[in-house]
Ligand binder design. Structure first.
Ligand SMILES: [Zn+2]
Length: 75
């Protein structure tokens, strides 16, 4: 059994005018690493960015949501 830990929901760090404003699912280990090392995280959908925004204001990325549903068996 493969251990998959996906607990954190975070968002891209994009400037005003960018249409890709979604909250993406990211592995917690990636979040920790990003916080410590300042490196990019990789969302379930494959999006990469350096997190620094509050995720509360954004809808969940549809691609991430589909993948998360597949992983958790929900949906
Ligand atoms: Zn996504």
């Amino acid at each position: 059994m493969t251990e998959t830990v996906i607990e954190e929901l975070t968002t891209p760090t994009l400037d005003d005018g960018d249409h890709d404003r979604f909250a993406h699912y990211v592995r917690k280990s990636d979040i920790v690493k990003a916080n410590v090392e300042g490196v990019e995280v990789v969302a379930l959908c494959g999006k990469k960015w350096i997190p620094n925004r509050d995720p509360a204001a954004y809808p969940v990325c549809p691609s991430c949501k589909d993948i998360m549903n597949a992983i958790t068996g929900k949906g």
